[in-house]
Ligand binder design. Structure first.
Ligand code: SF4
Length: 432
């Protein structure tokens, strides 16, 4: 049986892991970024809610005449997937074991972690966590040409997060208990990626220093992990995408300085304690600023990400975020408009908020009125401009940058409106 895993636009780590599991089980499996139906079964790995509204993907699923199973991060909301795509089943959550069972036995209520239609009803079985030991991922030959924010690939060191951030689906997808891989397995896998030409890797999409959390020596295990990865890749070729500000200390930051490209990225999100509370971040602005200063004292560069347009964010809250950025002297700044990923706390907040009070839809009537932006778009645009001028190395905003920031704000605004409308559609159907 020929199985094609389609991971649109980029080879996600999850799609490579599933490919490796299937190859190890004897399937003739191919991983591609193209919508290709030259196969018996299609596994469509989707990571963005926007994929559900992509006409190319919708057409492909409708007309492929193949069995199509959908998995990936969006599988946390299978009812919406089955409402939008003409797929045969959804593989919910961690798919290593359920994908194998589905391919071997076909759709059945006995398989954990799948959803499928049965007449007018959607049957959904409870997902189970997968084992952390597994074969090598299926690595495509052109992986070295992939560039995801500077890295060829993001690799996984553990699953789960002890946080409960309201906009994030990681805890729901992987659970609150941290399950870590053995350092030896991670290192062998990295050597395999290197053999395929990978030059830059990023480790773990969640909070990296939670590696081996819950076990004694968790901190030294994380440092040992970084050191071992650096020995294979070279320290300037390793990056760590995200860290919680309450899970760093001097030893961890020194290890980041010594064994990685020397940057830490904090999800700061807001300068308003009231919004941080609404986001369920579990930290306040003081904790955020302390973690930034500590990293700077340890010789680590700091990137900070911020979210604007939370449903409860007032102009006053937004001003506090601008003030925070002025005080923080960050080395780089990333701005997102709050995206209500289905089944998150943020999605529930958005569904309870009337459009007339939701910055995603309200018209901006202030400084950028002439640009015809929504309030969220205006804040996203303004904060990018502000961030550029308040970084540790302030830069002049060129005309080209101004236009790029404006385009980015408009694109994000349009995407978040589309996702919000999708949510509202399924609330009306009483699915959510
Ligand atoms: S700490 Fe990061 S991974 Fe964990 S819930 Fe918050 S945003 Fe998600």
């Amino acid at each position: 049986m020929k199985v094609t895993i389609i991971s649109p636009d980029l080879y996600t780590y999850g799609s490579m892991v599933i490919g490796g599991v299937l190859k190890d089980a004897g399937f003739d499996v191919v991983l591609t970024r193209e919508l290709s139906a030259d196969t018996d079964i299609v596994l469509l790995s989707l990571y963005s809610t926007l994929h559900l509204m992509d006409e190319k993907i919708r057409d492909f699923v409708s007309h492929s005449n193949r069995t199509v199973y959908v998995g990936g991060p969006i599988s946390a909301y299978p009812d919406i997937i089955l409402g939008e795509l003409d797929a045969d089943a959804v593989i919910i959550g961690e798919g290593e074991e359920s994908t194998l069972a589905l391919l071997n036995n076909g759709i059945s209520e006995d398989i954990p972690g799948i959803a499928f239609r049965n007449d007018d009803e959607i049957i959904r079985t409870k997902p189970e966590p997968a084992k952390m030991e597994r074969p090598f991922p299926l690595i495509p030959d052109d992986i070295q040409n992939q560039d995801i924010r500077g890295a060829n690939v993001y690799i996984e060191t553990h699953r789960g997060c002890i946080g409960a951030c309201g906009f994030c689906q990681v805890p729901k997808f992987f659970g609150n208990r941290i399950r870590s891989r053995d350092i030896e397995d991670v290192v062998l896998e990295i050597k395999e990626f290197k053999r395929y030409g990978v030059k830059r890797i990023a480790i773990s999409g969640g909070t990296s220093s939670l590696y081996q959390y819950g076990k004694s020596m968790n901190e030294s295990a994380f440092i040992e992990l970084l050191q071992a990865i650096a020995e294979v890749m070279g320290n300037r070729n390793v990056s760590i995408p995200d860290m919680r500000v309450d899970y760093v200390n001097e030893d961890i930051l020194h290890a980041i300085r010594d064994y990685t490209m020397g940057w830490v990225y904090y999800g700061i999100e807001s300068g308003s304690d009231s919004i941080l509370k609404d986001m369920r971040k579990g930290v306040d602005s003081e904790k955020n600023i302390d973690a930034i200063k500590l990293a700077q004292e340890c010789g680590v560069k700091v990137g900070g990400s911020f979210i604007v347009g939370y449903p409860t964010e007032t102009p006053g809250d937004y001003e506090l975020t601008k003030n925070f950025i002025e005080d923080a002297f960050l080395d780089d700044i990333f701005i997102s408009i709050a995206e209500p990923i289905p089944e998150t706390n943020l999605a529930n907040m958005v569904l309870r908020t009337d459009d007339s009070a939701n910055p995603t839809f309200t018209e901006h009537k202030g400084e950028y009125k002439i640009l015809k932006l929504t309030e969220s778009e205006a804040r996203c645009f303004d904060l990018q401009l502000h961030g550029q001028m308040c970084k540790s190395m302030p830069g002049i905003v060129t005309d080209q940058m101004y236009q790029a920031y404006l385009k980015e704000a408009r694109q994000q605004g349009s995407d978040v409106r589309a996702v919000t409308r999708l949510l509202q559609k399924y609330r009306k159907k009483d699915v959510i």
